[in-house]
Design a protein around this ligand. Structure first.
Ligand SMILES: Cc1cc2nc3c(=O)[nH]c(=O)nc-3n(C[C@H](O)[C@H](O)[C@H](O)COP(=O)(O)OP(=O)(O)OC[C@H]3O[C@@H](n4cnc5c(N)ncnc54)[C@H](O)[C@@H]3O)c2cc1C
Ligand SMILES: Cc1cc2nc3c(=O)[nH]c(=O)nc-3n(C[C@H](O)[C@H](O)[C@H](O)COP(=O)(O)O)c2cc1C
Length: 581
């Protein structure tokens, strides 16, 4: 109920705020408030109705679109909206997944906060609107004032490509860029916050002062879970692969002093890892700084000592004046040279004496790594379980180890402490308990589905659950095998199909199982099932989607376009949900 009418002598934003409090107040609370205000006025001798200082004027609108996969851009879009509201603007925040392009043409002020995924691709949910924006049917945006904030990771060749392309496209469609784009790396908090301040200076009309909202903290309608960094203790550390597997996938149980972060199935934890001491020592040695204990400590704990980006190469050329590195850049070969290489390769291949500050300046802050939570609080209490696969490979003659996954696999043990932060993902959540779910999670992609199954068991959900899992070998790589068997027995899992790629001469993956079961699959979907995909983004997630399109075409005898449309409709209806990396 909204008891305060729009005609009240308040700005629209203030009316919204008042309605949030008064609208939900009990009769006793209202009576108290009425008496309190009357008493206050009587005390101050202002019982006669005061005239508002100036007539309320409607707040100017601003449209904020975000393209986000793991939530950073979504959070920043929310921050922008909050600051805009304070400035007297009326923000509308739109997930690019739900964007209708006609909205853009009608916007007077437009902000995009966009992340880049894959190899220079838009986040999964944003693909449809992004391709429409880039396509011929995109509307003209003459007169629309816009600004773009891009998020990315400079370790990728296509750094912030999506933000850059959106920025270029909005201008090409006639939009007026009123604030320059900023490309943010993984440590985006400060540059993004500066960009928001700068953009708001430009977007806020000079006379918006009268509409400025005095921030009244009435509390959030629904308290958001805390995303502060917290310490956890490792209470279980178990390699789920057999000793004969060539993989190592650690089940890590974390327990918290007091309450665990208020996570929901589908959320992840950001884990703050430390570097491998051997890697740091090799780097210090190559740089001629082996004796610098303070630098070693800093590099171990808080600097990214492995990533080699174009920016690092340019920085190295500038700081050292190394002629071969300069030549590499000048010849346009730098982009190719850095593929599969790390900082140590640069320093070892083109050695120069570096001082501590120069070496430090070649590194960026060490970013946390996300891991899907593999448990439900309703089943495990104040714990959170993660499933971490150790990344190990060789390139350019060196053995390489992923920073965080090997910190977990090789150095963390029971009783150790580790810092984590909740990364909520409301776009990968369970549906209503009576809905069926289909879960496709090969490898570590199965982690959130363990949380889903636990949650459904704990809540007695009536919907059916179907899991597709795959890995290399049944005998050595069947992650959480006992859990699934138990869930199949007690009904938390209705059915399970597995694909072990290396058990047969011909490789079999989850998408092959999906294809084999296509009739029942489409039947479940026709019955309202929600379809989830988690895990490897590059090949698996794309193949799974393509398989589902083919399944629709085959089972329902649809032409390819209509089959594609059927999957696109599931995506739009939020019944095809992905969490891929
Ligand atoms: C939302 C989300 C959820 C995730 N959930 C999980 C999960 O549940 N379990 C899990 O294990 N991981 C998960 N990940 C991935 C995880 O965050 C890390 O990316 C992964 O553990 C690697 O981190 P690292 O620090 O060990 O490796 P890094 O030090 O970051 O090294 C990884 C990098 O090494 C390079 N590389 C890797 N393999 C090769 C190769 N064969 N050849 C050449 N270069 C290579 C690539 O550049 C790659 O980016 C998730 C990621 C996201 C975004
Ligand atoms: C699997 C994966 C692929 C990525 N690909 C790119 C890329 O090609 N270019 C880039 O600049 N950043 C890339 N990033 C970094 C993300 O853009 C960055 O983490 C960003 O902050 C994510 O924002 P979001 O949480 O709003 O999705 C990638 C990250 C992951 C995990």
């Amino acid at each position: 109920m909204s008891p305060i009418p729009k005609t009240a002598p308040f700005a629209e934003e203030e009316i919204d705020l008042l309605n949030r409090v008064v609208g939900t107040a009990s009769p006793i609370q209202r009576a108290w408030l009425a008496g309190f205000l009357a008493g206050l006025d009587a005390q101050q001798g202002t019982v006669a109705l005061p005239q508002p200082a100036a007539p309320a004027r409607p707040a100017e609108p601003i449209t904020i679109v975000y393209a986000s996969e793991s939530g950073n851009c979504e959070k920043l879009a929310g921050d922008f909206a909050k600051a805009a509201r304070k400035n007297g603007l009326k923000p509308a925040v739109i997930d690019m997944a739900d964007l209708e392009l006609s909205v853009l043409a009608k916007a007077e002020r437009l902000v995009f906060v966009a992340a880049t995924w894959g190899e220079g691709e838009p986040p999964g949910r944003a693909v449809r609107a992004y391709s429409e924006l880039m396509g011929e049917g995109a509307p003209r945006l003459d007169g629309v004032e816009f600004g773009v904030l891009a998020l990315g990771d400079s370790a990728y060749a296509e750094f912030c490509a999506v933000g850059r392309k959106i920025d270029e496209r909005l201008a090409a469609l006639g939009g007026k860029r009123v604030v320059d784009r900023v490309d943010c790396d993984l440590d985006f908090a400060q540059p993004a916050s500066r960009w928001i301040d700068d953009a708001l200076k430009v977007f806020t009309p000079p006379d918006a002062e009268r509409g400025r909202v005095i921030e009244v903290d009435f509390g959030k309608p629904q308290a958001a879970p805390s995303t502060d960094i917290v310490e956890a203790e490792v209470s279980e550390h178990i390699n789920l692969n057999s000793s004969r597997s060539d993989k190592e996938t650690v089940h890590l149980a974390l327990s918290f002093e007091g309450a665990a972060p208020a996570y929901e199935p589908g959320d992840s934890l950001d884990l703050y890892a430390e570097n491998d001491p051997a890697t740091v020592d090799d780097l210090l040695k190559a740089a001629g700084l082996a004796g610098d204990g303070a630098l070693r400590e800093e590099l171990l704990k808080s600097r990214d000592v492995t990533t080699l980006s174009l920016k690092t190469l340019e920085n190295y050329a500038e700081k050292t004046g190394h002629q071969y590195v300069k030549a590499l850049i000048a010849d346009g070969q730098a982009k190719e040279w850095i593929v599969g290489r790390q900082l140590i390769d640069l320093i070892a291949t083109f050695p120069v004496a570096l001082d501590a500050e120069k070496l430090r300046a070649l590194t960026r802050p060490l970013a946390p790594r996300a891991y899907s939570i593999a448990s439900s609080r309703r089943e495990v209490g104040e714990e959170a379980h993660l499933l971490v696969s150790a990344v190990r490979y060789a390139s350019h003659g060196r053995a390489r180890k992923g920073v965080a996954s090997n910190h977990v696999a090789e150095r963390l043990k029971r009783g150790d402490r580790v810092r984590v932060k909740l990364r909520p993902n409301r776009h990968f959540a369970l549906p209503a308990p009576d809905k069926d779910i289909i879960m496709v999670g090969p490898g570590t992609g199965v982690a959130p589905f363990r949380a889903f199954v636990q949650e459904r068991r704990a809540t007695g959900a009536k919907g059916r659950s179907w899991l597709f899992f795959g890995d290399r070998q049944f005998t050595h790589d069947f992650l959480y095998q006992l859990d699934w068997q138990e869930a199949l027995r007690d009904g938390a899992l209705t059915r399970m199909d597995v694909a072990f790629s290396r058990d047969t001469p011909e490789k079999v993956y989850v998408q092959h199982r999906l294809w084999e079961k296509r009739r029942e699959l489409i039947d479940w979907l026709d019955n309202g099932a929600h379809f989830y995909v988690c895990g490897e983004a590059k090949a698996m997630a794309k193949d799974v989607r393509a398989t589902l399109v083919r399944a629709f075409a085959d089972v329902k005898a649809l032409p390819p376009k209509a089959a594609e449309q059927a999957v696109a409709t599931l995506e739009r209806d939020k019944r095809y949900l992905t969490d891929t990396y």
